[in-house]
Ligand binder design. Structure first.
Ligand code: NDP
Length: 449
């Protein structure tokens, strides 16, 4: 007798939690995917018989290693490094490296799992992985960061390669860290290959890679709004974060006529009722990227701007772009956003909304672009960086801008294809099913592996 979707989901989650005790972020990400995917796969016996979802939630492999390094006072320090290789069914493992004290195996397993679906959604041949360490770059000198990155790569280099696994940046890993890691890889292997993406333009990086995730988040919002007969012009926009993704989301939202009212960091948020224009954004970029300071300084610099502790989600807005970190919007905050008029949310960070928040958006039938669709612009341009490296070519900015727009449009179309429910598009369901089908069909082709 055919099993019901609810029964399948219960059995699946019970088994997953038993095999992965205490990995709450991983459970959360798997539930978010399974809750929309299971009603689809119970109608497709080929996926059930081949245990595709169960196999996909068991990473191909996880590498855990010690990273020893010396600080500027010659104290010996050590951190834990990881690489989670989730699936290479449709291409080499691909996904960022995160350096943050909150990094655990659970966080990286959730990110690698999400990445597998995201990379599939882009239409490019990339599998899913993620890595990192519980290292805190804040307050460290450039030399300390360099020694840490070199030590991290000394171990990691055995497990990666241009056709094997191609890491990139993420929280705490930007151009500086990628440079140190690429330099060390080259030194250890004597090979100059496209083994990392997000590289500097002088040594094989791609134009617009830095901007791609943030721009893509806004393009995804724009695609959803176009489908609903509206656009960004004149909209009040809330952004969280002040790192790579947030900066370029603010830039693009402003260019398209939106008024960005907030940005944040881990100490709080700034609210600027006059909007964060290009000049003010340049101040933030210098503050966060060069001086590595706190966002509070913005409120001292610009008249009328306020600094508040906590998160920005009580400020009235039309559009929300969470671009900081996971679980930064809970159910109560989602309800506050909806009560204050939010109609569109496009996620720059990975899994920024918890399950209660997602339920609130879907119940209210607002335009909700889940991270695996909305923030896929970055990995898409990373995929293009891999192609340029393989071909020993460098594509023009104009060409890459066009490609990014077209990839984000394609992702939107795939979500609409699988997520339309009457007049409403459930983008989460669409993204999960569309991302799954390609990977699952490749796995079926390989037999039992
Ligand atoms: P950055 O390190 O450049 O910036 C992170 C920003 O988020 C900083 O403002 C940081 O504040 C803030 N932040 C980090 N952790 C917390 C926390 N626990 N609470 C509150 N604020 C926090 O990272 P990215 O911009 O690269 O990444 C941001 C998000 O986007 C992540 O979820 C990442 O996985 C996702 N993403 C990134 C991509 C990329 O291309 N870079 C691609 C796809 C997704 P502070 O300065 O105080 O630390």
């Amino acid at each position: 007798m055919a099993i019901s979707a609810n029964e399948y989901l219960d059995n699946f989650m019970t088994g997953l939690k038993r095999r992965n005790p205490g990995e709450t972020e991983f459970h959360q990400a798997c539930y978010e995917v399974a809750s929309t995917l299971v009603p689809y796969i119970v109608t497709k016996p080929k996926y059930i018989e081949a245990q595709v979802l169960e196999r996909l939630t068991e990473p191909d492999r996880v590498v855990i290693f010690r990273v020893s390094w010396e600080d500027d006072k010659q104290n010996i320090r050590h951190n834990r490094g990881y690489r989670v290789q989730c699936s290479n069914a449709i291409g080499p493992y691909k996904g960022g490296i995160r350096f943050h004290p909150s990094v655990t195996l659970s966080v990286l397993k959730f990110l690698a799992f999400e990445q597998t679906f995201k990379n599939s959604l882009t239409g490019l041949p990339m599998g899913g992985g993620k890595g990192g360490a519980d290292f805190n770059p804040k307050g460290k000198s450039d030399h300390e960061v360099m020694r840490f990155c070199q030590s991290f790569m000394t171990e990691l280099h055995r497990y990666i390669g241009d056709d094997v696994d191609v890491p990139a940046g993420d929280i705490g890993v930007g151009g500086r860290e990628i440079g140190y890691m690429f330099g060390q890889y080259k030194r250890l292997t004597t090979r100059f290959t496209g083994v990392l993406t997000g590289k500097g333009l002088e040594y094989g990086g791609s134009k617009i890679r830095t901007e791609a995730t943030g721009y893509g988040v806004v393009y995804f919002a724009q695609n959803m709004m176009k489908q609903a007969g509206t656009d960004m012009a004149g909209k009040k926009v809330l952004v969280s974060g002040s790192g790579n993704v947030a900066t370029y989301a603010v830039e693009k939202a402003t260019q398209l006529g939106g008024k960005v009212l907030t940005m944040s960091d881990s100490s709080g948020y700034i609210y600027d009722k006059d909007g964060i224009n290009a000049e003010k954004l340049a101040f933030i970029q210098d503050l966060k990227e060069v001086r590595r300071g706190r966002i509070e300084e913005y409120a001292k610099q610009f008249k009328g701007a306020e600094f508040h502790e906590g998160r920005p989600w009580n400020v009235p807005c039309d559009v929300a772009l969470p671009c900081a970190t996971q679980n930064e919007i809970n159910g109560a905050e989602a309800k506050a956003l909806l009560k204050n008029g939010m109609k569109v949310i496009s996620e720059g960070a990975n899994m920024p909304s918890d399950q209660d928040a997602i339920n609130a958006y879907i119940d209210a039938k607002v335009l909700y672009g889940p991270s695996k669709a909305a923030n896929a612009g970055g990995v898409s341009v990373s995929g293009m960086e891999m192609s340029q490296n393989s071909a020993r070519l460098s594509w023009s900015e104009e060409e890459l801008q066009k490609l990014l727009l077209s990839v984000m449009k394609g992702i939107h179309e795939r979500c609409v294809e699988y997520g339309t429910e009457g007049k409403y598009v459930n983008y989460m369901k669409g993204a999960n099913i569309a991302g799954f089908v390609k990977v699952a069909d490749a796995m079926l082709a390989f037999g039992v592996a």
